[in-house]
Structures are given as C-alpha cells and as structure tokens.
Design a protein. Sequence first.
Length: 604
Amino acid sequence: MCGIVGYIGTKKAVPVLIKGLLSLEYRGYDSAGICVLNNDILNVVKSKGRVKNLESNPELPNLTGSIGIAHTRWATHGIPSNENSHPHLDNSKEFAVVHNGIIENYTELRKMLEKEGYTFISQTDTEVIPNLISYYYKTEKDILKAVSLAIKDLKGSYAIEVISPLLPDSIIVARKDSPLVIGVGKGENYVASDIPAVLNYTTKFYFLEDNEIAKIDKDKISFYNNSLQPIQKEIKDIEWDAASSEKGVFADYMLKEIFEQPQVVMETIGSRLKPNEKCYFEDIDIDLKDINKIFVVACGTAMHAGLATKYTFEHFCKIPVEVDMASEFRYRNPLIDEHTLCIFISQSGETADTIAALKLAKNAGSKTLAVVNVIGSSITRIADYTIYTHAGPEIAVASTKAYTCQVVLLNILAIYFAESLGYSSKELENFKTEILELPSKMKIILDDTKLIEDFAKEVYTQPDLYFIGRNTDYAVSMEGSLKLKEISYIHSEAYAAGELKHGPIALIEDGVTVIGVATNPNLVEKTMSNLEEVITRGANVMVITNQDIPNMKINCNIRIPKCSSMLSPVLSVIPLQLFAYYIAKDKNLDVDKPRNLAKSVTVE
Ligand code: G6P
C-alpha cells in the first residue's frame, strides 16, 4: 500500500511533503521518510512509526531545498525499521526513490545487481530500483532513459518518484498498477498517491496511466510512453475542495464521515433521480435485454454494499445477481460471457483484487461497469462504464460514507435498469420517492446517538459479539460486524438469523451480546423469535428496527425511520457504524488508523 508525495517549486519542500504524508497515512503508517535535493546532495531523514515521528525528528529542519520526495510505509518486505524505510538510495547516492507497490522479481534483480558489485542495506523489494537506475545510467548517461529501462525490468506494481543531483531540476515519476496523480501549480508541481494529499495547493490534475513516465519540472511537465516517445495528456479539474479532506470540528475523520452521510448521499442522488421522471445515467448504453446475469464483485465494505443491493436488482429487474469477493472471483473461473454484466464497486478505485477481477471479466467479454468514488482512479480507466458516488474524500480507514453512497447509487442503478427494461409500477415510483427521503431520515438517526453511546459503554469490554438479521438486514449485519472488528479489535460474527440454530447458538451464554437488525416487515417476526431464543439463553440484546416488535427483554432498542427494506441498509448501518466507533473510543483506540489495516489495498 504505502503513500508517496513529491514537490518541486520555490517553496520549502518539507512542510508540503509532511502535510501530504499526514493525509496519506491511511495507506500505511509503519514508517515515514523524506529526501530533499539541495546543493547537489540528496539529504534523507527517516523515522519509524507515524508521520508525526518524522515531523518531530530533530534532523528534519536540515532539509531546506525545494525539490523533494516522501513516503509513508505499509510494510510488506522487511520489518518496519529505519533501514527499510523509504526513500532508498543507490550505492553511489545519486538516485533517491520512493515506491508504492510490490516488485515481485526483486530477488532475481537483487542477485543480478549483486553480481555487478551492488550492495544492499535493506530487506525491501524497493532498494533494487535506485540501483537498477544507477546500473543503466552508467551506460546510458541519461536519467529518463535509465528509469525507462529500469522499470521495464520490474515485475509487479509500482508508482515511483525519482530525484537525482544529475538532473537537479526535475522529479521523474512512473507507474504501473499503483496510483499516482500529478497536481499542477503555478511555478510549482506536486505528485501524490491520491488527490486529497495535495488538494490544499491545486485542483488541477494529470492522471498517469500504466507504463507512462513523466518528467516534472517546476514550470513544465513532459509525458512519455514506455518507449520514451512524448505523449499528450489532458488536465482535469477536480471539484473536491480542500476543506472536505480536513477533520473540522470532529474528533476523528471517521466521526466526521459518519455525520457527512446525509449530505453526500444527497449529492450522490444528484440529478439522477427525480419523482415521476425516468432515472438517468449518461453514457450507459448497455442492452439489458441481452444480459442474463449480473455479477457484483468487490472487497470489504464495498462488497457488503453489493450484498445489500442484490435484492433490488433481482426484485425490479428480474435478473439473477451473484455477489462475490474480488479475491475469490479472480481465481475461480467464473461462468461469465458477453451476456453477463459485471459490476465492480470500489471507493478508491485502486484495490488490486478488484482491478484483477475487472480485467478478467473484460477478457471474458462481459460488460463491465464500475461504481467508484475516486475520480480518474485505475478502475475507472479499465471498466467499460463508470458511475461515481459523490462521497468526497474518505480518509478514515474504516469505510462509512462511501458505503451508504454505494448502496444508494446501486439502488438508483437498479431502477434505471428496470426502467430501461420497460418495467414500471407504483412500487417503483414509491421507491424513488423513498430514496429522495433518505438524507432527512439519516439526519434523524444522527440527531440522537445517546442510546448507542450508552450501550457501547456497557459492552465495550466484551471479547465477542454477534450480529443477526435476514435479507438486507443480514447484509447490513455483516457490515456492522466488519466495522466493529476493524476499529475495536473485538471478535465478532454476523449470521443470517435463520442460521443461528444450525450452530452459532451454541456460543450464546449468559451476558453474550447479540445485535439484531429487523427492518423487513415480512421477516421481523422471524428475526424477533431468533432474538427471543438468544435472550432465553441469557444474551444481552440490542435491536435496530423500524417495525412494531413484541414486548421482550431487550437491553437497547434503537428506532430508525421506516423505509423500504431494500433501502434500510442506508439507515440501519448508521447505528452500527456509531456503535463500532463509540466502542473503539471507549477502548481508547485510534479509530482512523486501526492496526494492520490500510485504506487502499493495492497489493494482493
Ligand atoms: C480495504 C479497506 C476497506 C475497503 C476495502 C475495499 O480493506 O480497509 O475499508 O472496504 O479495502 O476498498 P475499495 O477502495 O475497493 O472500496
């Protein structure tokens, strides 16, 4: 994973790089490092742990130049340590490199370079890159050429930034399968793994494609293909504003993002949906009559958004839907062809497994449609069609607002498909109105969080928790359970309520907490009897419901506004997000940066 940032201009590079790294910490926080080029010398400072350790490193003020590259690391090859931190230098200390990605053939390259007399001080895969550049530079005497030859040798994924006193007015960057954007300023330019890292300085961006190289000077950017032929690229103006990637009055990004949900859901609905009008998606011209199966493929929370919406597609479009994890889908020879529509969901648009699954679907001739949050990200450039959620930058590692936006957008897409197939009904019209009412209903839930906060205080010391529900309530239970694991480190499981009796109920004893989600009028009685069964065995129960429920010994009853059960995940997930959040806070944990996790998983 890892995050990289670069600056070239007239300002001091260090403050810009530190600010960028702080915003990229969601990608990894095992160590951080900076290299600044000044008076023909590459000066490097590294610190183990979080970026704040680097920020307070007493050596940092010595880096005074205006050209620099920086890195925050999520360790893959080699433990988090100073030696393994980036930037890495070649043996002659003429090339400094930061890298996000994994070089799969680094052992082979290292052996080859060792034969040539090169030595290595780290256990990383990255250290081969500066040495490989140095190796080619010896014969080519041209840095751009040396970089292009070096990256031709690399197998795997990379976004790299290279600086050198031999080319003192430029940063060279290249990418393959790892994200990299170039922010354009006046007399200065920026490089980063994502847009928010430099959004404070510019809203104008170039998106580097796979196998492209750029030479970035302070007032000029030149692009090349991998044979070093010059290419033209289009600049894009990004609508996100810098404030949307700041914490503001909130204690954590996660809390801020939970509270932003009514607004971003409203923006995601945008003008796509209006009462008594047909739904509208520009540019999607799939012949749905020709589609006999939909696959929804994604990872983590995005996959849960697929599970929560499969019911809508099946109900309104009458097309069977299968939801799969990208990591499974890509290795199981799925039965797909030109009559299959594969929908890929991703907040970042950079998840390695999702990208691989998408490429596989394309090769099989399926139609591919991506639901993505980050504009211009890799997935959007591969899929046949892309539709965007408008969640804005999501910084907290645990995804919240991206999920609700994905669920809403997929529901709208299902309506659009149904209408394109010629279906219309009163139910479909009411469903549209209900979608438009979601933001105000979400706000009602967020206006009073006390009960959830109190219940979290009651149970935060427990070692295990269980979530149950049926239909979309089961899908949302899975997401609630994932949120809890991610940020509170409490073991939890989600079960389809009807499955309890087939095993999990053996785990229920006095004092065990069970969270029931019951929003489906046709299934509420059944879920409530399942809850009765756990109460009988001593469970401590929280229910999230918008239905009339029988009088039972429930410890915490969270009422949410009524809505179609196909849309209820958008509402019922909010108490579950808050529950996980308050528990993590009660345990004094870092909710925005949970241990071992990264937001954008660009490795397998
Ligand atoms: C990581 C993140 C999750 C996210 C998943 C998929 O595991 O920690 O929050 O749901 O990746 O990410 P994507 O960007 O593809 O939605």
